[in-house]
Ligand binder design. Structure first.
Ligand code: ADP
Length: 649
């Protein structure tokens, strides 16, 4: 209540009505003019509400707020001396509150020793500000630390400082254990970092099981779930504490603990802040763990890519190189920087470029990976053979968006292959001359003995000539392979009647295959334009394979029909058949299927390789349809121009 001694009656109601605290204070002096204290002279109604202090009139500040008198005396003296008002923000420890205070000289000019003080409680606002500051600092810290343990350590320390506790730690709950990796604690206390099996640690277990925030103001008096727990807390000197479990999918996965060895009245805001801290810690630790795993896996991949002896490139769909590993750059003699400003077209030899581009086009259109042996150009212009696998990388719509290009240097193998080819070429040439003479003598002898009466020797000579023919075929096959790899397989096309050729072949082969029936179902055909001998060679190979690989006999059926501007010849047997995964390989040079069924069948794996080359050179394709145990149908096509196609026959 304002006494109207100092304030006129008319202000009385006004000052009592405002909700800010108001008081008039006076500086009191002893005789020699030394200030002895500050005395409350008048207060308004809100004063008590704002300060919690009552009956203060005529009392000194020293009596009520001992921490403050000296500081305020200085402010007062200053205000009185200068006549200038002052505004301060003060924390008053005795009331544990913050105030915004405005001091001004009251009344009669310079001689006045009265100061009017208007103040209001800004504690809530101040706490909110501090909380925001703390949360901001927390976020900054969490952002800058990547290691999960360091996060736990920093947060424990920050929270301990902010809450002013004796101990703080965050533990991870995992497989029945509470793991405290780093804790913060008052200097005179020991660390509690370690692994605690929950079954042995009642307090922790209780918190984890209950999964709710646990606030104890004073373990001596607060309600505790049970007496044993109270004793345990007292023993640990955990007199007041907040335990905040972090619960995910109904399971506690972490626990933030703020512990004080003296009783403490935790405010709601503090508890809320502790919950926020626990959640943020968990999120940051989890994120850091994921990042750690990601980083580790990235390091692994990087090491694999960098240390790999294969060359690895990434290219975009325009074939620009966007990544190269060290090995690839080294192989071509470029720096990685140089390579990443080039395209695939700059490093592929002209001879192989078109083929590679066509396959790359298919990769984009159909998302198909491909494998190719090609030559790449080094920076110095020399060439290097590589075996190259190119696979598409898809975007999230499943469309190719780039490609990885993995290549191994096969120059050495290529050089060895060339040597081998050269050897085969020389050897087969050297064998050809004596073999031709032997064959001629053999035929002469056969004719002589055919006319004579020495039937047993005639039989031997005939057998000898069959073997000489086989040997000749073999030598010619070897010669053909060297011609193919040297690009020297030349064709001499002419018009001829394919039906006649097949009929002759069938007749010849039938003589040697009494167990089989070779059937030719002819169609009316116009003459074909092809290399007669080479087509004969293909037919002979396919029919003899049909015979060889159907050891139990059965019909071999041959058809030759025009279809869609092509001529399609099919040779079907009822033999052992070929599994799907081997059907691609059998056209490779020297490839033979080796299994129980083929063990006793002789051959060197060149027939289909040569036949494929011959047919491709004619612009056709050679292929197979087969199922193991169900026989095989080999077919080849030849370009064919005629009006009499199958459709209008
Ligand atoms: P070769 O018969 O001399 O081994 P080829 O190049 O003619 O060589 O054939 C390659 C492989 O393909 C053979 O070893 C065989 O395993 C398989 N093959 C070829 N033709 C047939 C067929 N008609 N039936 C089953 N397998 C076959």
């Amino acid at each position: 209540m304002i006494e109207n001694r100092t304030i006129g009656e008319k202000y009385f109601t006004l000052l009592d009505a405002i909700d800010e605290g108001f008081c008039i204070m006076e500086l009191v002096y002893d005789k020699p003019g030394k200030i002895t204290g500050l005395v409350f002279r008048e207060v308004n109604q809100a004063f008590e509400k704002q300060t919690g202090l009552s009956n203060v009139i005529h009392k000194t500040v020293d009596e009520l707020l001992p921490d403050f008198e000296q500081q305020w005396i200085e402010t007062f003296t200053n205000v009185i001396k200068t006549g200038e008002p002052r505004r301060l923000e003060n924390y008053v420890k005795d009331t544990n509150r913050w105030y915004n205070i405005y001091f001004s000289v009251f009344g009669g000019g310079k001689s006045s020793q009265l100061v009017a003080v208007v103040f209001h409680d800004i504690t809530e606002c101040k706490r909110h500000e501090q909380q925001q500051e703390y949360l901001l600092k927390l976020s900054d810290t969490l952002r800058s630390v990547a290691d999960p343990v360091a996060i736990e350590e920093k947060i424990s320390r920050m929270a301990m400082e902010y809450f002013g506790t004796d101990r703080c730690y965050y533990c991870t709950i995992k497989e029945g254990n509470a793991l405290i990796r780093k804790d913060a604690f008052r200097e005179d206390l020991p660390s509690v970092a370690g692994t605690y099996p929950l079954i042995h640690f009642t307090l922790l277990k209780k918190m984890v099981d209950e999964g709710r925030t646990f606030v104890v103001h004073d373990a001596n008096t607060s309600e505790m779930p049970d007496e044993a727990l109270r004793k345990f807390c007292l023993q640990l000197q955990a007199i007041s504490f907040i335990y905040v479990p972090v619960v995910k999918k109904e399971k506690a996965v972490g626990l933030l603990c703020l512990i004080q060895s003296v009783p403490r009245r935790w405010e709601d805001m503090e508890v809320q802040l502790a919950v926020e801290t626990a959640e943020r810690t968990w999120a940051a630790v989890e994120r850091a763990k994921v990042e750690e795993v990601l980083q580790e896996s990235e390091e692994n991949y990087r090491a694999i890519v960098e240390q790999s002896i294969t060359g690895i490139l990434k290219v975009n769909l325009s074939r620009d190189i966007i990544f190269s590993n060290e090995q690839f750059a080294k192989r071509l003699g470029y720096s990685i920087r140089e390579l990443t400003s080039m395209t695939l077209d700059d490093i592929i030899a002209e001879e192989d470029l078109e083929r590679d581009k066509a396959l790359f086009g298919r990769l984009i259109a159909e998302g198909k990976a491909y494998e190719i042996e090609k030559r790449m150009k080094r920076k110095d212009g020399s060439l290097v053979w590589v075996n190259n696998q190119i696979a598409p990388l898809f975007n999230n719509k499943g469309q190719p968006q780039a490609a990885v290009d993995i290549s191994a240097d096969v120059s050495r193998q290529k050089a060895m292959e060339a040597q081998k080819d050269e050897f085969i070429s020389i050897a087969s040439h050297e064998l050809k001359t004596p073999l031709t003479s032997i064959k001629a003598y053999g035929q002469m002898l056969e004719e002589i003995f055919e006319a004579g009466s020495d039937a047993p020797n005639y039989g031997f000579i005939k057998k000898m000539n069959v073997q000489i023919d086989r040997l000749t075929d073999l030598v010619y096959s070897l010669l053909d392979t060297t011609r193919i790899s040297g690009g020297q397989l030349a064709l001499q096309p002419e018009f001829f009647d394919l039906n006649v050729l097949i009929t002759q072949q069938v007749k010849e082969m039938q003589r040697m295959a009494p167990k089989h029936r070779i059937i030719f179902r002819a169609s009316e055909l116009s003459p074909v334009f092809a290399d007669r001998d080479r087509i004969s060679q293909v037919l002979s190979n396919l029919i003899s394979n049909g015979i060889k690989y159907s050891p139990k006999g059965g019909d071999i059926v041959i058809t030759a029909k025009p279809k869609e501007g092509q001529l399609k010849v099919r040779i079907r047997d009822l033999g052992i058949g070929i599994s799907a995964e081997k059907q691609k390989d059998i056209f490779e040079r020297f490839f033979r299927i080796s299994n129980e069924a083929t063990r006793s069948i002789s051959g060197i794996g060149l027939g289909l390789y040569i036949a494929t080359e011959i047919i491709q050179k004619h612009g056709g394709v050679l292929g197979v349809e087969s199922k193991p145990g169900m026989g095989s149908t080999f077919y080849f096509t030849l370009p064919y121009s005629d009006n009499k196609t199958e459709d209008n026959l």
